[in-house]
Design a protein around this ligand. Structure first.
Ligand code: 1GP
Length: 248
């Protein structure tokens, strides 16, 4: 029996110490570019590809998954900004609840709209507690979600949110400053959260060099996500992958 995407991610974490996930934005990349970038990510050792964005302009979302899946043999996972981004062609979907915010639509409303479709499509849903951390810049996710991020120096608040997510049964916790953020989640916050909960922690947003990616792994992150760097600087992708997988 083929294992679930969540099991595959857990296995990556065991085998490689941490997993490297790359985010592709279908709004920023033409279909050919998207495929080429996905292929490159897989080639340098990325463990999964995330596809998604806060605000989708592209009408090609479902097709993007199909095209990318035809080119890579790592999981292609939906990272949706809302129920309208649910597609039948994803290997799995991060079923994100924006737990750091108090916007009911992003805590449960979009989920109610998305759940029947996800079931109908037979896509694996991975319950994920999504926590937005202040970066100092107003990111798209912060603006679009109409939520306040957790202040970057309030480690205790982040810990309490992560534990609540764990008690609610979420399988992953995603600490995020937002794509293109001016700063990544502080290493001290990653470490404090990882030490406080047993749920695997994903860290993303504003990670600009391999050393920074490595620091998140050293702090205890199970998965590191980069997005913007894939779009700007593919030569360095291999270094990112090596930095995240340095335990190998
Ligand atoms: C966004 O964490 C991802 O959810 C990626 O962020 O584009 O800043 O790398 P960047």
């Amino acid at each position: 029996m083929t294992s679930s995407v969540l099991q595959q991610l857990q296995e990556v974490r065991q085998r490689r110490g941490a997993g490297y996930l790359t985010l592709l934005d279908p709004d920023r990349l033409e279909p050919d570019e998207l495929e080429a970038r996905a292929e490159l990510c897989a080639e340098v050792g990325a463990d999964a590809i995330l596809i998604g964005t806060s605000l989708m302009f592209s009408a090609r979302n479902a097709a993007s998954f199909e095209r990318v899946k035809a080119r890579v043999d790592i999981p292609v996972i939906s990272f949706p900004g809302g129920a309208s981004q649910v597609v039948p062609t994803a290997d799995a979907i991060l079923f994100l609840s924006l737990i750091s915010g108090r916007n009911p639509e992003l805590l449960i409303g979009e989920h109610v709209k998305a759940a029947p479709l996800i079931r109908e499509y037979g896509v694996e849903a991975i319950p994920t507690g999504y926590m937005l951390i202040q970066s100092g810049t107003l990111t798209s996710v912060e603006f679009m979600s109409n939520t306040q991020p957790i202040p970057r120096n309030k480690v205790d608040i982040a810990m309490a949110h992560a534990l609540a997510a764990e008690y609610l049964g979420m399988k992953l916790i995603y600490l995020e400053t937002g794509s293109g953020a001016g700063a990544s989640v502080p290493d001290e916050m990653v470490q404090a959260v990882v030490n406080y909960v047993s749920t695997p922690v994903i860290v993303g947003g504003g990670i600009r060099d391999p050393e920074e990616a490595r620091a998140k792994v050293v702090a205890g992150a199970s998965f590191v996500v980069t997005g913007s760097v894939v779009e700007d600087d593919h030569q360095r992708l291999r270094e990112f992958s090596q930095a995240v997988h340095a335990k190998e």
